[in-house]
Write a protein that binds this ligand. Sequence first.
Ligand code: SF4
Length: 241
Amino acid sequence: MTATARTSTRRDPGALRAIAASGARELGPDAAADDVVAWAVEAFGEGLAVASSMQDAVLPHLVSQHLPGVDVLFGDTGYHFAETYDTRDRVAAELDVTVVDVRPRLSVTQQDIRVGPRLFERDPAECCRLRKVEPLRAALADYECWATGVRRADGPTRATTPVVTFDETFGLVKVNPLATWSGDDVTTYAFEHGVPVNLLLADGYPSIGCAPCTQRVEAGADERSGRWVGFGKTECGLHPA
Ligand code: SF4
């Protein structure tokens, strides 16, 4: 199922910050994924959204078990691999979720005209800001909490990822239910529950972003080492270290 984003009234940052702090105390630092999701659904109901890069549908599936029809925000930058769009379409068709395509104000063509072509080669930070961060900021204004698939095992910049926190960048609560999971945990869940996974995962891409900024990596290498190769950039800005 696909739909446009919902509208709601978000509580003020002070109230949401207090809820996040209470949740962090209640859950503890290494809470189980199901417990984190159950807490977030209890605290926020339909004010909870899931963000997905469509690398796999593990988090959307897990949250949908607690909140059927949950909104799943997909940052459609216009630069994704065909396999990523295929995964999005399978998630929309096969899971009890509502996929929301979060798109930039300008199409790729309009951006090329405005700032010149291939901005991702000249200034990937600005490209990510225009095509990922600002569109998501606008979309998240409709929610009080977002759930992400960030894991501590993703790499050094994510090693201290909390299971629940207040997101100062976007002004709402952020939960990371899979924070303690290994890559094998994700694979096992996907297999056991038959959830869609991006075909590129089996083709040398352990971390999948936009096509121009994602390369294959050698077996055993840092999973995110194929992202923004040559730029010293490790994050798109959605999950500041
Ligand atoms: Fe642009 Fe690359 Fe960032 Fe995608 S990942 S928004 S193409 S810089």
